[in-house]
Design a protein around this ligand. Structure first.
Ligand code: HAM
Length: 493
């Protein structure tokens, strides 16, 4: 750059600086109490990680309403809340959900833990590495699963079972009824209703017997919860996938595999692979051209052992007794390995392809698989993100975000009275906005409307000397004068 050009550039920069300062000064004059940067002026260096998102007000008020409803409804069914940790030993999920499932093999957030907390493992790894060059040793330690891996939980049933064993809950009166809510993590392809950090509200019944009445009551509870939220258009699908004895599900799976092999050429690549790995999952396929083929496959209900058949029939009877409307869906197999007998799924409207808002089922034997005593188990998890989307779609998502009262004060004496009044009204349960610095009445009323306030409480020197309050109803502009007790009485009406 020539000296002349350098000079020009410096001058241009100087002018730009001056113009920026002028614009800022102008805006400060326009709105002295609200100097905010324009969106275009903010550099977004950091953004939420793909598939994760911030839940913001006013929507968080709806989340709280949903969660409070869960606390209330589940308590009426005798459930207590459990809050398991978000991090668990990776093996817990591999063993319970199944190492071959998509959730464990493709979607879990898993990473090596630091070795400080695992002195014995650290020593074992050191021993391996002494024998081998460093990197090869580390690779062996990792692949031999000596290395401690931890995962962000992709679901919570496994954690609840672990906690049941860890805290000897089998010593408590059975069954133990627990519910939970919180974030889960699966590295799926994000889309509407599918996130990498999502939220579940779930419940589990552990121990006692496997009476079909328990299955029906668990389903009744989740339907009652949805009813309380007035969510329309829900559909409940149920099925029984039998149990692990050779004459039950394994026999059916073999039959299914044989039938699928006959039509292999007509299936897509995923289904072709699943014929050998997990033929039940073929029934889950959404591929259009596979639907007529699947429709002709043998159905599990016709191949259940007698005990599972009786159990399923009784679950249906128990649901009818409770007035729960369901649809039988022989293709409902679910994507996690621990299920047996009853499986169910609830779909909602307004969600597009990700329309399952709740999934659950029976998993007798899971606690034992994790090292505990033989234990019956059944539960469900609701996808809270999807539930919120569906409520919003149905027009049930509105939550008032405004303030009850905006205090428009002017003058030093009025400010002291405003602080005292704000405390009084907040103690009485009203939401109150108290501007921290003085505003002209016009400006204060403008802000009160912007914040969707119901009332503006006007406090000027006149009001303070008279010991009165002027209350303006912002919807119609009417004004009334009150003493303090009258004001509280009026607001409480
Ligand atoms: P799940 O079917 O894997 O079951 O998940 C339950 C619900 O969580 C789904 O129906 C869906 O609403 C929601 N969900 C799953 N993945 C995502 C995602 N990536 N984004 C948004 N929502 C999602 C279980 O997790 C079992 N633990 C349920 C259970 C409890 N079975 C017995 N007890």
């Amino acid at each position: 750059m020539s000296a002349q050009e350098q000079d020009k550039a410096a001058k241009r920069a100087q002018w730009e600086e001056i113009n920026r300062a002028k614009a800022l000064a102008k805006r400060q004059k326009e709105s002295p109490t609200d100097i905010a940067m324009r969106p275009s002026e903010i550099k977004k260096i950091f953004q939420a990680i793909r598939g994760t998102r911030d839940l913001l007000p006013p929507e968080t008020a709806l989340w709280n309403r949903v969660e409070n409803t869960a606390h209330e409804v589940f308590a009426t069914f005798g459930f207590g809340e459990i809050r398991p940790p978000i991090l668990e030993d990776s093996n817990l999920f591999a063993r319970s959900i199944g190492g071959e499932t998509d959730v464990v093999s493709k979607e879990m957030y898993t990473f090596p833990d630091r070795l400080e907390d695992h002195p014995e493992t650290a020593k074992a790894i050191q021993d391996v590495m002494k024998e081998q060059p460093r990197l090869v040793g580390l690779a062996i330690a990792t692949s031999a699963a000596i290395y401690p891996f931890i995962s962000l939980r992709p679901e919570a049933t496994a954690s609840v079972c672990r906690a049941y064993i860890e805290h000897n809950m089998n010593q408590l009166p059975q069954p133990v009824k627990l519910y939970y809510m919180g974030p889960m993590f699966r590295r799926e392809r994000p889309q509407k209703g599918r996130y990498r950090q999502f939220y579940q509200i779930g419940a589990e019944v552990l121990g006692g017997n496997d009476a079909p009445a328990i299955d029906a009551e668990v389903i009744e509870m989740v339907m009652t919860f949805f009813d309380k939220l007035e969510l329309p258009g829900l559909e409940l699908d149920i099925n029984s996938i039998g149990h692990n004895a050779p004459e039950c599900r394994p026999k059916y799976v073999e039959l299914l595999r044989e039938e699928l092999r006959k039509v292999k050429d007509q299936l897509g690549a995923d289904s072709q692979r699943r014929i050998e790995t997990n033929p039940l999952r073929v029934l889950d396929s959404k591929l259009e051209h596979e639907q007529p083929i699947i429709a002709k496959l043998p159905r599990i209900a016709d191949h259940l052992c007698d005990a599972c058949k009786t159990h399923y029939a009784e679950v249906k009877k128990q649901l009818q007794l409770r007035g729960v409307i369901y649809r039988e869906n022989w293709r409902l197999v679910r994507g996690l390995d621990y299920y047996m007998r009853t499986t169910f799924e609830i779909t909602a409207k307004g969600l597009g392809s990700q329309n399952a808002v709740c999934g659950g089922g029976r998993y007798d034997g899971l606690v034992e698989l994790l090292g505990g005593p033989p234990t019956k188990g059944i539960g469900f998890a609701i996808g809270e993100d999807r539930l919120i989307l569906s409520l919003q779609d149905a027009g049930k998502g509105a939550v008032r975000q405004g303030r009850d009262i905006y205090i428009a004060w002017m003058g030093e004496h009025a400010y002291a009275a405003a602080v005292r009044t704000a405390k009084l009204l907040r103690n009485a349960g009203f939401s109150v906005e108290l501007p921290p610095s003085e505003l002209k009445f016009g400006k204060a009323l403008e802000r009160a409307s912007k914040l969707d306030s119901r009332y503006a409480l006007i406090l000027g020197d006149n009001e303070v000397s008279e010991g009165m309050f002027t209350l303006k109803t912002l919807a119609d502009g009417t004004q009334q004068k009150f003493t303090e007790p009258e004001l509280l009485e009026f607001l409480r009406l």
